[in-house]
Write a protein that binds this ligand. Structure first.
Ligand SMILES: Nc1ncnc2c1ncn2[C@@H]1O[C@H](COP(=O)(O)OP(=O)(O)OP(=O)(O)O)[C@@H](O)[C@H]1O
Length: 249
């Protein structure tokens, strides 16, 4: 396993001209300029266009294909660059709706972000009938149990509640193939490290991991956390890590 490596820099606001942006990404990563060229499921494409997206944002152009192709990707970008939507559309592509098991798990630092991600997944995935559930603190545990027992494809939640549901065996993890740690730097700074590891220990060994970072500095804290994650998982990671770091130019 080779860790990845290159960084990218970009001044990005949705709607900004891409020619004003400067990127550094892992070698060999070519931006895919249209959703049509991504080989996405037809029903997912319909959902994306119906949502009003016309072309992928900078981070979507560079990160979606590697994730869909099964690589572990670190995506670093500022707020508003299209990360949440990138997560939503890759999750929709990866999930097999013929099975009713949880196949993608997204952990977020806040209830709002976890709910927002779940909503975008449900909206973009509407034509493919994707079932997503927000598993967050402050909501009824009974409702979580009911939803999870009915069967969902995707869970987007905060670490504490997700951990609780896994320990109760209500959230079954055996079919999870994609773990997304959204704003993982923020999760670490909010003290979720132990809960994330706890969740991690219950996941299958064949797992694709996608940490996203919202801040531009690649902190020591995150590096240590990520190294721990790799160590826990080093015999099963099949692919190289890639660093897609998008920051202000
Ligand atoms: N490809 C796209 N085309 C047009 N609009 C987009 C695209 N991707 C995302 N957006 C819109 O841009 C805004 C920010 O996107 P998103 O929430 O995915 O970004 P984010 O980086 O997660 O930001 P935040 O942290 O603020 O949620 C949203 O209103 C979203 O609908």
């Amino acid at each position: 396993m080779a860790a990845a490596a290159t960084t990218s820099r970009v001044a990005r606001r949705m709607g900004a001209d891409d020619d004003k942006l400067v990127f550094e990404t892992t070698e060999g990563i070519e931006p895919i300029l249209s959703f049509d060229q991504m080989g996405l499921k037809d029903d997912l494409l319909r959902g994306i266009y119906n949502y009003g997206f016309e072309k992928p944002s900078a981070i979507q152009q560079r990160a979606v294909m590697p994730i869909i192709n099964g690589r572990d990707v670190i995506a670093q970008a500022q707020s508003g660059t299209g990360k949440t939507s990138m997560i939503a559309l890759t999750v929709c592509q990866v999930v097999d709706t013929a099975s009713r098991e949880v196949q993608a798990l997204i952990l977020s630092p806040t209830r709002e972000l976890a709910s927002q991600t779940e909503k975008v997944i449900r909206t973009i995935g509407d034509f493919m009938n994707i079932q997503a559930h927000a598993c967050i603190g402050g909501k009824s545990v009974g409702e979580d149990i009911r939803k999870l027992e009915n069967g969902v494809h995707v869970v987007s939640g905060t670490p504490g509640r997700v951990c609780d549901m896994i320990k109760r065996r209500t959230l079954r993890t055996r079919a999870i193939k994609l773990l997304i740690l959204d704003e993982s730097d923020e999760m670490l700074s909010r003290g979720f490290k132990d809960q994330i590891y706890d969740v991690y220990r219950h996941l299958p060994p064949e797992l694709q991991v996608l940490p996203s970072l919202s801040h531009l500095a690649f902190s020591l804290n995150f590096a240590l956390f990520f190294a721990g994650t790799i160590l826990l998982h080093c015999f099963s990671l099949s692919s190289l890590f890639m660093l897609l770091k998008l920051g202000l130019n």
